[in-house]
Design a protein around this ligand. Structure first.
Ligand code: TXA
Ligand code: MG
Length: 348
């Protein structure tokens, strides 16, 4: 795994302290960071991403950080979850301390906190403000696009913004993100009325949360705080994505080919790929196991996007809990694309 030198990490920390943006690796996906206590710097994240300014961003903390500085109430469940899963791919939504800028909380009365386990993220957090700061960072992609899991993905996303005088001062390379999908988000701000609420599924599963909390977190409801990752039509490549059950893939491919359409395809079962007709623009086999699938998912979508096909067909995944995180991301990537498929077949 590539590791930036400490000197490069220190330079990036100084750039953050000066109000500039730095992209950095985490174990989930790459983040685009800014000093969480500098509203102008946080505004630059929104500008670079093309993201609406009322969306809250997660604040990343060093393992030794004082959570009490960021949140005004820390319920017992927060301590339990922190003990079990930090550092790691879990974000907690807590009631925010009074001094947290609106730019970070999206104007809500809460703050999202996460302590990443990636060694480069931790080194950056320890160098930045001597480990006492927070780095506000959404995923380092343009708004609505696929999250980056390598430094090269970040460079591809922000070709215009990454240069000495540009919005983004540095991209730290920490190799491919191990988890591959964004952190699990648990809301602990409404415990009395709702209990813990799972705002976004991820690598840390609902049943793992249940094991340590003693209750299964509730599903996100309409009253849940806004989370941009919970919008429909999120995490999408430029090419429309269509989810198709394995048993129907062959038929679908034949119809599209007959209609003169070009197809990129990914499937997690070898037998599904083997029976298919020739002439696909691109095809990939993903692992038939949720953790490994999550690791490869976003890179695979980016690779298939490069084929510039008319459609990316994805073999639908099992519905069981183990696949919840990846199913959530794929469903959003495929938002609206049934309609796309209908159009592709009609306009032949
Ligand atoms: O794994 C991750 O969480 C990555 C890495 C970089 O840490 N970050 C990430 O950030 O996925 P982003 O901005 O793409 O998604 C963060 C999600 C958004 O859906 C945001 O709305 C939600 O967290 N969020 C942040 N603060 C919140 C708050 N105070 N209340 C509710 N949702 C919040
Ligand atoms: Mg994102």
């Amino acid at each position: 795994m590539p590791q930036p030198a400490q000197e490069q990490i220190n330079l990036a920390a100084r750039a953050l302290e000066a109000g500039r943006l730095v992209a950095f690796p985490t174990e989930t996906v790459y983040g685009l960071g800014a000093d969480a206590e500098n509203p102008d710097a946080v505004a630059r994240i929104y500008a670079a991403k093309g993201r609406p300014a009322n969306h809250p961003v997660i604040v990343h903390l060093a393992p030794e950080a004082d959570i009490g500085y960021w949140a005004r109430e820390i319920p017992a469940q927060a301590h339990t979850l922190i003990q079990a899963f930090w550092p790691g791919p879990l974000t907690l939504i807590l009631k925010r301390a009074a001094h947290i800028p609106d730019a970070v909380s999206g104007g809500q009365d809460s703050v999202g906190l996460r302590c990443p386990s990636h060694p480069v993220a931790q080194a950056l957090l320890r160098s930045f403000k001597c480990g006492k700061g927070g780095i506000a960072a959404p995923s380092a992609n343009k708004f609505g696009h696929v999250s980056p899991t390598t430094a090269q993905h970040v460079r591809n996303e922000f070709e215009q913004e990454i240069h000495p005088g540009g919005l983004i001062a540095a991209v730290l390379d920490g190799g491919q993100s191990e988890v591959g999908i964004e952190s699990t988000i648990v809301d602990l701000t409404r415990l009395a009325s709702h209990g813990p609420v799972l705002l976004r599924p991820g690598h840390i599963s609902a049943s793992q949360l249940e094991q340590v909390l003693g209750v299964l977190p509730a599903a996100a409801d309409v009253a849940a705080p806004r989370a941009s990752g919970t919008l429909d039509a999120h995490y999408a490549p430029d090419t429309p994505v269509v989810l198709i059950a394995g048993a129907q893939l062959d038929d679908c491919v034949r119809q599209l080919l007959a209609a003169g359409k070009s197809i990129a395809l990914m499937a997690h079962q070898a037998h599904v790929l083997h029976g298919l007709p020739q002439g696909l623009a691109a095809q990939l086999q993903l692992p038939d196991e949720p953790v490994a699938y999550a690791h490869d998912l976003y890179a695979a979508l980016r690779t298939l996007d490069l084929a510039q096909a008319d459609v990316i067909l994805v073999q639908a995944l099992p519905a069981d809990k183990a696949w919840q995180g990846v199913n959530d991301r794929l469903r959003r990537a495929a938002f609206d694309s049934r309609e796309v498929l209908g159009k592709l077949l009609k306009t032949s």
